[in-house]
Design a protein around this ligand. Sequence first.
Ligand code: AVJ
Length: 327
Amino acid sequence: NQTATQPDTIETSKNNAATFYNDVIKGLSGPTKRLNSMYFYDAVGDKIFQELMGCPEYYPTNCEMEIFSTKTAALAQTIMADGDSFDLIELGAGDATKSTYLLKYTVNQQTDFSYLPIDISANVINYLNVKLPLSIPGLKITGLNGEYFDMLKKAAALSNRRKVVLFMGSNIGNMPVPEANQFCKTLREHLNPGDMVLIGFDLKKSPKTILAAYNDSEGITKRFNLNLLLRINRELDGNFDVSQFDHYATYDPETGACKSYLISLKDQIVTIGKETIRFLKDEYIYMEISQKFTIMQTDQMAANTGFRPVDRFFDIKKWFVDAVWMA
Ligand code: AVJ
């Protein structure tokens, strides 16, 4: 059994500098330019995202925090189901602030469960392995450092208990809808009938509210996006001048797609390692999608991917939903 003093540190070879370089060059070499928002989260990006979560216009985190802090008992009842022992697996656990409400409550129910946070960041996993058993006495934790599906396989090899998978924060919104469907199908293939997932979806709401969250007046989201260019400078020997790029966010109420772009303010040439990237004035880099959903669309996604919706938890404004699906 892994404990706080024996953190699990399975490394993934896929998430290395060569992959980052290849993805960046590929994304910036085509007729239209794009970067993958999964690369936002280096140490600086993590800090900026923390800032963003404290910014009044950025509502999703607060909504989901409200759900976990005010509906803890109901959430726990649903995932504890028949009271049998289970594994609670969290994809992209971060600092586990929201899940801590659920963990504390569930530990106090004397239910036999283990918490298996999965994160691509070794720092995150080491932190959770050490800190959570201190703040939640009695918690059994096995942190898994690596890619989601590799670590889900690992989790399945560690135990054959019922599994509940948390995928919170509307992280699913950072995939285009077809990719999100494929992700859920793959997730389903890693689960057994009776297993559950809890997925956080940001819901459609006033377009002005959504746009403000991704175009905050302090410019935190702008810095968050520009940081990826600075990360390319730092890690891939790039020479982006971030003062020559502006941030532009859009929300389309029809499709629910909220997209971020960086716009080149002039004709310019950027080098990354030995590659040369040309930008025309006003040319864009497509940085990120944050898809918004209707409840019907979340049910549809469950049905499309081999799940059955069993419960849903809203914040008071109904801006966000944590949907519980059964495999
Ligand atoms: C990581 C999915 C919660 O899309 O809302 C915040 C990332 N991007 N502002 C989101 C993000 C711009 C965020 N999530």
